[in-house]
Design a protein around this ligand. Structure first.
Ligand code: ADP
Ligand code: ASP
Ligand code: MG
Length: 430
């Protein structure tokens, strides 16, 4: 029996290894049409014929998820979360079932499972559920029957309500990593439309360099600050369970990027691992609230209770006993935050509340920053030289982030990447 628990507590049963098992995840572009699906089927069959046991996790085809979300908003301003999950989880059913059919035609046995059938058990928070357990018995049985197993990514079933849940955008990465952990796979391979993890989004910075190795810590910061090549939660799970990950191209040969434990060789050279950007957040300012203990606690407690994820926070120095609190939050959480902000504004006697969706965050990540003073100053200087104004700054020990105007973000990423190109090159050469 393989049961693994994914919350803060350690696994209650040691998960058994499945020697020779590989989990292979293919993203939306990789399964964008039926020809591509047939190519993925061939690849899975080739891995099986080479002797591996194969569990595949496929995303929905191309832009299917975007299209389903668009439909939901066409019929409802704020789609009911349970029904939203019922709807958007269907995209992955389509791609996985089609791929299983294509595998049958290649003369191999395959079976596709929904998240629920695969035993992906989550908490009950629709649209951003967390995997709490994987009950992998059905997958084990299918593998023992010599089948290639396909699991619909990005979805599970709630323990409390038995309803279908989804894991948030990019959630198929998390499905793949959780399965690799629960099944004790040899490796988890993430096939996507770029050859690996780069020092910046290669679609914005053509001179960005592919990294051969990235530590969990660096990848966590990169994902958290917008590098959507890997979903944040998938890296948290990989780190907790020591799942070795490889990001590589579906369309070209190559080593890709390995993501794993810290390693001295990487760290010594890791002054900078990348520049990331994120346009998915909005900024809110509560202007003119009383400057006394308990105000910030009240604001952020009320927002947290509603499940709103707050990212950067600044409180300015008070003037005449009144302060302003500014923070960023995901644009998708704004509709949930709106009524809370209105009642907070009235309750606290704020002079006004400003909403600003036209912002972007740019971040510089690097484990070696800790021991190299001046990195932040160089970043601010590069932005200043490009004539880009910084609205908010926040830092962690291995990250510096700045909020800028959304329409300047691509220029900002290029300017900062140019400034640190030498460090990036040194790391890749090393
Ligand atoms: P998939 O559909 O395969 O899950 P995603 O679109 O979620 O693919 O992620 C891959 C995309 O991530 C790439 O096409 C690239 O534009 C973007 N990306 C952003 N930052 C990076 C980075 N630092 N390295 C590689 N890709 C990045
Ligand atoms: N199909 C989902 C999305 O587009 C999940 C995924 O692809 O990882 O977000
Ligand atoms: Mg993705």
């Amino acid at each position: 029996m393989t049961t693994i628990h994914f919350e803060a507590v350690p696994a209650v049963e040691a998960h058994r290894r499945t020697p020779g098992l590989v989990v292979m995840k293919f993203g939306g572009t990789s399964v964008g049409d039926t020809d591509k699906l047939k190519r993925v089927a061939k690849r899975l069959v080739a891995a099986r014929e080479a002797g591996s046991k194969v569990v595949a996790v496929l995303s929905a085809m191309g832009k299917t998820t975007d299209e389903l979300i668009r439909l939901a908003h066409e019929v409802s301003e704020q789609p009911h979360p349970r029904e939203y999950d019922m709807l958007v989880s269907t995209g992955e059913r389509i791609s996985n079932a089609l791929c299983a059919m294509a595998i049958h035609d290649l003369g191999h046995e395959a079976v596709s499972f929904t998240g629920s059938q695969a035993g992906i058990v989550t908490d009950g928070s629709h649209t951003k559920a967390k995997i709490v357990e994987v009950r992998a018995q059905r997958i084990h049985t299918a593998l023992e029957e010599d089948k290639i197993v396909l699991v619909a990514g990005f979805q599970g079933v709630s323990t409390s309500t038995h309803d279908v849940t989804t894991l948030g955008r990019g959630g198929s990465d998390t499905t793949a990593v959780a399965l690799a952990a629960a099944l004790g796979a040899d490796a988890c391979e993430i096939f996507t439309d770029v050859p690996g993890v780069f020092t910046a989004d290669p679609r914005i910075v053509p001179t960005a360099l592919k990294l051969d190795r990235v530590t969990y810590e660096e990848m966590l910061e990169m994902s958290a600050s917008g590098a959507k090549v890997m979903a944040l939660r998938s890296i948290e799970v990989a780190r907790s369970y020591g799942v070795k990950l490889r990001v590589r191209s579906t369309f070209a040969e190559g080593e890709g990027t390995w993501i794993g434990e810290e390693d001295d060789v990487v760290l010594e050279k890791a002054i900078i691992s990348g520049v990331t950007h994120d346009t998915s957040e909005a900024k809110v300012s509560i202007i003119g609230v009383p400057d006394r203990p308990g105000i910030a606690a009240k604001v952020f407690r009320d927002l947290a209770r509603a499940g709103v994820n707050i990212d950067m926070i600044v409180q300015n120095v008070s003037q005449d006993g009144a302060a302003s609190i500014t923070f960023t939050l995901p644009k998708t959480d704004v509709p949930i935050a709106e009524p809370i902000l209105d009642s907070l504004g009235a309750e606290l006697g704020a002079s006004r509340i400003e909403r600003d969706p036209d912002i972007a965050k740019i971040s510089l990540i690097g484990a070696g920053m800790k021991s190299h003073p001046g990195v932040a100053a160089d970043m601010f200087d590069a932005l200043a030289e490009a004539g880009i104004n910084i609205e908010i700054i926040s830092t962690s020990s291995i990250r510096v982030s700045c909020v800028v105007r959304a329409d300047q973000v691509e220029r900002a990423v290029q300017a900062v990447h140019d400034r640190f190109q030498g460090f990036a090159q040194a790391r890749v050469d090393g």
